[in-house]
Write a new protein. Sequence first.
Length: 361
Amino acid sequence: MTAPTPSGSAPTKTLRSRAIETLARQRTPADIGVAVLVPASAAIFGLVLEDAFPVGTNPQTFSGARWAIMIILLGLLVGTVAYRRWVYYGTGTLYSLSFLDETMIDYHELAQADAARRHMAVQLLGRRVDIAGRERDGVVDVVQPRQDLSRALESAMNQDRDDTGYAVAPNLLWPAALAIGASLTRTDTMRFLDYDKQVTTEFRLRDKAAERVAARTDPDHIVAQPTGDRRGVLLSFTPAAAKFDIDRRCAEFGISELALLGARPDAQGHRLSGPELGRLGDDLAGHLADIKRTTGDRELVVVAFLPKTVALLTGWYLSRQQVRFFAGTHLMHYVQPEDRFVALRAHPSQPTTFPTPTSKV
């Protein structure tokens, strides 16, 4: 993880980060090294065999110099192959994903540029959507551009080299991140980069914390005077969640009971580590799948304040929960300039209507 720096400046590089950046684009020297050392090792090995198994009347001989050169060349070859493998898998392709409103400012350009310097190749896959222009009665349908981005990502990964690793750096509206994550199939060598202002955290799926990160408040919040019979879920994992007015929004969305999920007490107040981010996606998928199963035929309304990688991973884990999560589920996007929420329809199974109240208080 790179260290924090003042706002607006590039992240301070650790010694490891500088080393990776220096070596990241050394594929050509590694390839040349392997190409040179393979025939050289084969040639000296042939000479050693010729000494040990002479042809015709030539006497059997032992050349210490030839043996020494062969051992040195084989050692260099093994080291160069290992280095080449590290370069390919550790600093392979960076897939920079973007799915934002066309009016949003991308605050992660410096972090993205820094990450690009530490990878051999960069694939920029993005969509800008007009949230206001697509809105119809409180619903913003982005199913088509979201599917286009999912297909573009899958196609790029399938066409990538088999001997290289890859990293995914999402900068996505959270409903789109959830849907894109649900469509991901390749995760074996995947790394994730989470951008958060001045800090970039990198981790793999296998880097998961041992203890659960997400905690669900028990019991659920019961609305005193409900305006509908929907069930709600609030995912509070960023500071912006503190501004969410529960009673006001529950009345606007026709929610009668609200499940509250946040970080466990000892994980609050600090930035989550890479293993904690990886574990959080798994935790949330389990909670959401359980809530969906117990909701029955009622509609579900989800409001989330999540790190972008967590939203992506939650979708990936949800796709393995054997539950039709998106059917009957409203994913709410906050329009900050107007202080209101719209239903962002990112998956074709989602409702096409806004979760309006069915009664008034």
